[in-house]
Ligand binder design. Structure first.
Ligand SMILES: [Zn+2]
Length: 420
């Protein structure tokens, strides 16, 4: 009796070392410079998809159809050429000092910079008076730090609906958070980090290449283990991230979401290794097109390889790199039996400090499943790690304090789901 207890107690820790090594390998690969931030420049999405399919094969996971891929098309405004910005003679560092607005157009040249107070930004008369008319060969700089909500929307309008006929706009922010775009807004907009803002700027020299890729072909990656019943359990994570800003700077996305891919692949490896047939058909899905608007998972729900009504549950994992403060589960207030199961497992194995509740939210790939009546969770880790959609979300920075606990939680959940 004592022996059994001891073994059970040790189990999570024993698995810890083993699975973390494999998880690290997946994260280190996907977040490496060779994978260019897993966007739609330098065929990065395709490299990542091929890597994941190869790993599935190694783990003895079969494709659900003839191959591992589900192909679909997206539009994306990408930056895969020149990326140069200098104020007077000081060159700025992309990603660190500034990011480009993902909707921006190409721009090349030297321009005068006019700084205007945000209070008068919408008073065209006043602005024109100050700068004596013509702004077509100028950038305007507006210190937008602390600007939120409606006012922020006004600044975006200023940029995209051409409130002034300017060559470009620079706004200022405390945080550089990149969000990719499916469109090109036809304007030039640079977002400058507050501490990179000099006291005075006279001129900006800028050379940025933007390309709007339309009908770009990208792929979801799908693996499958046949179960005992005609019902499916999906374990999903998006592998795409934000891509590149020029040829040298990329968004590694270690936490978002190389870590989720590592979790799904670790679970695939486990179920591929064991000989017993699982209760449900297990489907491991790696989505593309998440960051650009949940495009890959939407496509999956519109073109499912099996009837959506046969899906017992979707467990979507996004941002698994933290976890020292546990996890939060979107849809846990809706699917309360499954949430109770998570709590029970966590209590029994003492895995995570807490499992927090949350209602429905359109913030990851579970969303279109939920909208189509498929029971689903989106789980994300909570904790100290704060790098998000920036160049610092690297494989070196990502701590993985809760990874082994979450791994055990999901693994046991997958095995026990049919008992409730
Ligand atoms: Zn994500």
């Amino acid at each position: 009796m004592k022996k059994i207890f001891f073994l059970l107690f040790l189990l999570p820790n024993l698995l810890f070392a083993q699975d973390l090594t494999y998880a690290r390998y997946i994260i280190d690969t996907l977040a490496s410079p060779a994978f260019h931030g897993r966007g739609y420049s330098f065929s990065a999405d395709s490299l990542a998809a091929d890597f994941l399919a190869k790993e599935l094969k190694k783990n003895r996971i079969k494709p659900i159809e003839t191959d591992y891929y589900q192909t679909f098309k997206i539009n994306s405004n990408v930056f895969q050429g020149n990326m140069f910005v200098a104020f007077d003679k000081n060159e700025l560092v992309a990603g660190q000092d500034y990011i480009v607005d993902s909707k921006m157009n190409s721009v090349n040249g030297s321009f005068k910079v006019f700084t205007i107070d945000k209070k008068i930004a919408f008073n065209e008369k006043k602005v024109k008076k100050i700068f004596d008319g013509d702004l077509s060969e100028a950038f305007i700089l507006i210190d937008t730090v602390g600007t939120k909500g409606v006012l922020n929307d006004y600044y975006l309008k200023l940029v995209y609906y051409g409130y002034y006929n300017v060559a470009g706009i620079i706004t200022v922010s405390d945080n550089l958070t990149y969000v990719p775009s499916q469109v090109n807004g036809g304007r030039s907009h640079i977002i400058l980090k507050r501490d990179a803002l000099p006291e005075k700027i006279k001129k900006i020299k800028v050379d940025i290449d933007a390309v709007l890729k339309t009908d770009y072909v990208t792929r979801n990656v799908i693996g499958y283990i046949r179960g005992q019943v005609d019902s499916f359990l999906l374990i999903t994570a998006h592998y795409d991230h934000l891509g590149t800003m020029g040829t040298n700077v990329f968004f590694p996305g270690a936490h978002d979401n190389a870590s989720g891919c590592a979790m799904v692949m670790s679970l695939a490896k486990y179920f591929g290794d064991i000989r017993s047939i699982p209760h449900y058909n297990l489907v491991f899905v790696f989505f593309s097109g998440e960051e650009i608007g949940l495009v890959g998972s939407k496509f999956f729900t519109e073109n499912p390889p099996f009837e959506l009504s046969k899906i017992r549950f979707v467990l979507n994992l996004d941002m698994m790199g933290s976890g020292d403060e546990g996890v939060r589960i979107v849809n846990s207030t809706i699917f309360t039996d499954e949430y109770e199961l998570m709590l029970d497992i966590n209590r029994e194995y003492e895995l995570l400090p807490q499992i927090k509740k949350r209602g429905a939210a359109k913030n990851s790939d579970h969303y279109y499943f939920y909208e189509n009546g498929v029971p689903s969770f989106f789980v994300y880790s909570l904790g100290d790690y704060k790098e998000y959609h920036n160049i610092y979300d690297t494989r070196e920075n990502i701590p993985l304090p809760g990874f082994s606990g979450m791994y055990m939680l999901f693994r046991v959940f997958m095995q026990k789901l049919h008992t409730i």
